[in-house]
Design a protein around this ligand. Structure first.
Ligand SMILES: NC(=O)c1ccc[n+]([C@@H]2O[C@H](COP(=O)([O-])OP(=O)(O)OC[C@H]3O[C@@H](n4cnc5c(N)ncnc54)[C@H](OP(=O)(O)O)[C@@H]3O)[C@@H](O)[C@H]2O)c1
Length: 284
């Protein structure tokens, strides 16, 4: 009998990761969901199992801690879980000036966005090779196409993911492993971000998407082996503009857009702590 196959999703408790979990379950995929402890993963798993009937395993892990990715790998190996899809979604954003962020915050951000994505992909590669055709979706951002004030480290981590995915795609295609990189613009993923999104200018607001729509588009494109996935006509238009506009005009637009973003600090502190919120502008 063929082994039961699972899709591993990091950062699955809320936002885009949660939408990925529901989208994949609707397509009859069994799930391994990872997020921080106390994030409500058990309720989500219960909801998915009851309503969509697929098998759901949950792992509460802080992926920024030493050896957490290796522990996840060992936990799944003990249970003999076989994977044929990986969605590296967990990520931390920021909207503050570089000097205002703490060293420990940047360390955590790089560990989650860069290190965990790399290690998880590497640890499970043999598993994906065994269960072909298999699929890896790395979540970058439209920010990887721009150089944005107040998103310095975030943008750089997303550029890493973009470049890593494009190169890996070329390496493993011959093994029937399909790698895609998703570059979404702003999304209404959680309440703090939704409140911030209300403050951005009208043109940025037009590009904001719902995570459910992004997850649907992304999984369709991943299964068609599309290398780079940019959901939304407006986001594709912004990237085109950035390629054809003169530098001076581009900088004017970017500076104006960044100035209009006013994160609602009260809600951000309540939901996320002081420094861990994505800013969903045109250039998220
Ligand atoms: N939102 C946007 O506008 C936007 C735009 C472009 C790209 N993106 C990218 O899309 C992805 C998802 O964004 P989102 O807005 O949906 O984020 P979100 O709502 O903040 O959710 C992030 C998820 O990651 C989990 N997570 C955070 N830190 C973790 C850690 N140390 N270890 C394990 N899991 C952790 C969170 O778990 P808890 O619930 O326990 O915190 C949550 O499930 C990110 O990679 C982000 O960069 C977002």
């Amino acid at each position: 009998m063929p082994a039961k196959l699972f899709t591993l999703i990091t950062g699955a408790s809320e936002g885009l990761g949660r939408s990925f979990a529901i989208e994949c379950a609707q397509r009859n995929m069994n799930l391994v969901l990872v997020a921080l402890s106390g994030s409500g993963l058990d309720q989500l798993a219960d909801f998915i199992y009851r309503n969509l009937g697929v098998e759901v395993l949950i792992f509460e892990k802080d992926l920024t801690l030493d050896n957490s990715c290796q522990q996840l790998f060992a936990d799944l190996a003990v249970r003999k879980v076989q994977l044929n899809m990986l969605i590296n979604n967990a990520g931390m954003g920021n909207t503050h000036l570089f000097a205002e962020g703490s060293a420990s915050f940047y360390e955590k951000q790089i560990r989650l966005n860069v290190l965990a994505t790399t290690l998880i992909t590497h640890l499970f590669l043999a598993n994906y090779r065994k269960n072909t055709p298999s699929y890896i979706l790395n979540v970058s951002s439209i920010a990887s196409f721009f150089y944005l004030p107040q998103k310095q480290v975030y943008g750089a981590t997303k550029s890493f993911i973009y470049s890593f995915s494009k190169s890996l795609c070329k390496e493993v295609k011959k093994d029937d492993i399909h790698v895609s990189v998703l570059c979404p613009g702003g999304m209404n993923t959680n309440l703090a971000i939704i409140l911030t999104n209300r403050t951005v200018n009208w043109i940025s607001r037009m590009s904001i998407m719902n995570p459910e729509d992004v997850a649907f588009i992304a999984i369709n494109a991943l299964l068609k082996s599309k290398e780079v996935i940019i959901p939304g006509k407006m986001n594709r238009f912004f990237i085109l503009l950035s390629k054809i506009l003169p530098k001076v005009l581009k900088n004017l637009i970017i500076n104006h857009t960044v100035k209009t973003i006013q994160p609602d600090n009260k809600w951000i502190r309540y939901f996320k702590g002081p420094q861990t919120v994505f800013n969903s502008s045109v250039n998220s």
